[in-house]
Design a protein around this ligand. Sequence first.
Ligand code: ATP
Ligand code: MG
Length: 437
Amino acid sequence: MALTVKRPKGTQDITPAEIYKWHTVERVAKESAEQFGFREIRIPTFEDTGLFVRSVGDTTDVVQKEMYTVSATGDSTFTLRPEGTAGTIRAIIENGILNDGFPQKVFYMLSCFRHEKPQAGRLREFHQFGCEMIGAQNARADADIIALAKSVIDRAGLKNIQLNINSIGCKKCRADFHKALVDYFTPRKAELCETCQERLDKNPMRIIDCKSPICSEIAKDAPVILDYLCDECKEHFNELQENLKAMNIEYSINPKIVRGLDYYTKTVFEFITTDIGAQGTVCGGGRYDGLIETLGGAPTPALGFGMGLERLILTMESQGVEFEQPSGCELYIAPMGDKAARAAASLVARLREEGFYTEYDLIGRSLKAQMKYADKIGAKFVIVLGDNELEQKTVKVKNMTTGEQTELALDDSFGDKFSDLLMASIFDKLDREEEQK
Ligand code: ATP
Ligand code: MG
């Protein structure tokens, strides 16, 4: 039979066989976030379209080309979130969290939707781990948020991830920079892509971030924002670097990073790998001091980052990082015949109540097939339950790693004794691993 409906292009199924990789990165990200004092926030999957137009910016690729906008009945249009910051900041304002004292620190793990050309590491539905810090003006905060992103990357076990930083200044310094960009690009306006020709008037900095090969070629020698920073922004950028040094975080300055979202001010940064091909930005972020005001909150400085979980996992795979394996079944019970199956049912019920991970045969397989299944689910111990065992009220508990068998009475003490066996086998395994090292 052929499947008549397939998953949409650029989406992915994460199957039970792969989910342990996701659990690993999700755990790592959450642990780092909590260690830095961030608490989780959950927001809707779709928002009013205007939220993204106003925050991400109407001249960005995301808003101009990549949004999934749906029109519900009536006159409102909604957009599946292309990123997490706008919705998070909306929620923070809407829920009065701005009045709860600063800094506010939140993290989220969510799916994002962008209509892009699907490639390895570039999907139409992808997942981001993001952190936002609200109410901190000082560059110490920028260093701390960068340290948090780095902590996730380190904890995940990644090597050779490069941190690039830049400052794209504030409104004040950007005015002169925009003028310089217009002067630079105007003589070659006709060669720019259509979108960038429009951007030249509205938002020339976007041209630097354009992915079209002609635009990026032309943009190669464009003026860089670092030469136009005002004193305050310069000072902030220096302070960031001093703090990164104090935290022992290596970085490079890349004056060409402008980031693809309009709300950034001052600090921008990216963590890059060359191990997964062209889509090498594992994490991108920066400061967005104007966003809260733009969205109707009291002027409040803020900053954050988004980390692509697919890219994080791809990089871990390509670097051969080991993911945590799910813990296997502790005890598999192989009954022979219907009467034994009922005894097995009551035994698993009791053992699960005592906290064990245990399974027994549900589909009437032969003993041989059951042993194969036990192996597949990684069962640490197996017991075979037949008429003999039921009569004698004792079973042989087989350690599947060593082959060793231990006779245990099938009475109220079974759980306790099995627990001892299990603990001993865990210590054994640790000893063996220690010896191998
Ligand atoms: P890129 O330059 O690769 O397009 P971006 O600047 O659009 O990235 P952000 O909007 O800053 O990315 O999103 C933060 C992170 O989310 C990126 O660094 C990346 O890891 C991830 N990401 C962005 N778009 C996608 C996508 N289409 N598929 C998978 N991951 C993505
Ligand atoms: Mg992009």
